[in-house]
Design a protein around this ligand. Structure first.
Ligand code: PLP
Length: 409
């Protein structure tokens, strides 16, 4: 009987196959079927000379330490399985996992900032907190916001990253990644692939050097794990590991376990939810109570739409659909970006990037399409009957005024 010879299989397999096997190649040899969950924070070693050498090696190279782990902030074998699997799905050499999507983005910025490259070129809209992290200058970045066509001209000698999302949160605006990657020249393109997932789009194949995920969303897929991950070449991964070790935004091993488990059903979940989302987008587009529908050409399980009635009444009216921020779960969620996911972005910037006060963002899950439509139908009726139209879209006008500030995703 043949056993796998190492972590990298000799042939490139299809995504569905990789989703259930990547990161698990050694299990049969270990006599296991389910991956082991290692919750250790520290590891015994009677050989402190060897441990010193492993620490030196990590400090100089940032490569994953060989041999037994030293300390959980440096490396964890359960999390490493998830990293191996995600890198395989995204078609990159490596991946580095973090405590959340925002911790992952922070680490990417810190790698470049530490090289004196603090200027970022970015295309709006981005996820609200990503926009905020850049705009507020929390990490000392300076940002130039551009249209995709303006990327090349905005690049300066101190530009460290170009940052884009496609489809973007929350408008689902799409851009041509290959064209954008070309405009970046030698500056690394960071593509946030949270919405598309590697099932629909692999940005590294189109020239993005850095692919970021809020693993909290589709990769986990069940609304019970917070995590982030960066898929990239091993050179950048080494710098990310060093930043992660020094700043501590590590993924908990239980989260790593759950994310690896989530990856195994990712292709099935994304394809099934996308088919339902496409059907709901068609019905919304034909509905007179809906003034605008955004559904990506790429497909996917996210639908954004604007209502003739008050969007707050749609949120108040849903019964099967969960009125909650976040996305990518097995159940359908709906939220009002101007009130929640993008509340932290200045209202003028929000409006200029297409996030109107009427926009609702729906993450379609695995329920039956007709059941979801019945729920939307009665909530849209309520919005027309009880809410009345939102008056105006600028500044304090409209339904978002006076709502509680929120910053979640
Ligand atoms: C949610 C989200 C993030 C942030 O991820 P967290 O896991 O919530 O920190 C980043 N980018 C996009 C596109 C998101 O939707």
């Amino acid at each position: 009987m043949e056993t796998p010879s190492g972590p990298t299989p000799p042939v490139r397999r299809s995504l569905s196959t990789e989703a259930v096997h990547a990161g698990r190649e050694d299990l049969a040899e270990l006599g296991l079927h389910a991956p082991p969950l290692d919750l250790s924070t520290t590891y015994p070693s009677y050989d402190s000379r060897a441990e010193a050498a492993r620490i030196d090696d990590f400090a100089t190279t940032g490569a994953r330490p060989e041999g037994p782990p030293v300390y959980a902030r440096l490396d964890n074998p359960t999390t490493a399985r998830f990293e191996t699997a995600l890198a395989r799905l995204e078609g990159t050499e490596s991946a580095v996992a973090f405590a959340s999507g925002m911790a992952a983005l922070t680490a990417c910025l810190m790698v470049r900032n530490s090289m004196g490259l603090r200027h970022v070129v970015a295309v709006r809209p981005l996820y609200g907190c990503s926009d905020h992290l850049l705009t507020a200058g929390l990490l000392g970045n300076e940002v130039t916001w551009v249209d995709p066509a303006g990327i090349a001209d905005a690049i300066r000698p101190d530009t460290g990253l170009v940052l884009v999302e496609t489809p973007a949160n929350p408008t689902l605006a799409e851009l041509d990644l290959a064209a954008v990657a070309h405009s970046c020249g030698a500056v690394p393109l960071l593509a946030d692939n949270t919405f598309a997932t590697p099932v629909l789009q692999r940005p590294a194949e189109q020239g993005a050097r850095i692919v970021l995920h809020s693993a909290t969303k589709y990769l986990g897929g069940h609304g019970d794990v917070l995590g982030g991950v960066v898929a990239c070449d091993e050179e950048f991964a080494r710098k990310l590991r060093q930043v992660r070790f020094a700043t501590g935004g590590v993924l908990h091993p239980l989260a790593g376990y759950l994310l690896l488990r989530g990856l195994s059903t990712l292709p099935v979940r994304v394809r099934a939810a996308s088919a339902t989302a496409a059907e709901l987008a068609r019905r919304l587009a034909d509905d007179p109570r809906v003034t605008r529908v955004r559904y990506p050409k790429l497909g996917g399980a996210m639908v954004a739409f604007e209502t003739a009635g008050d969007p707050h009444e749609v949120i108040a009216g849903v019964r099967l659909i969960t009125p909650a921020v976040s996305l990518g779960s097995v159940d359908t969620l709906i939220q009002h970006p101007a009130s929640i996911s993008h509340r932290i972005v200045d209202a003028d910037d929000r409006h200029a990037s297409g996030v109107s006060d009427r926009l609702l963002r729906m993450s379609v899950g695995l329920e039956d399409a007709d059941d979801l439509w019945a729920d939307l139908d009665q909530a849209l009726d309520r919005a027309m009957r009880d809410g009345g139209p939102v008056s105006g879209t600028a500044g304090a006008a409209g339904g978002a005024a006076g709502r509680k500030q929120g910053v979640a995703g």
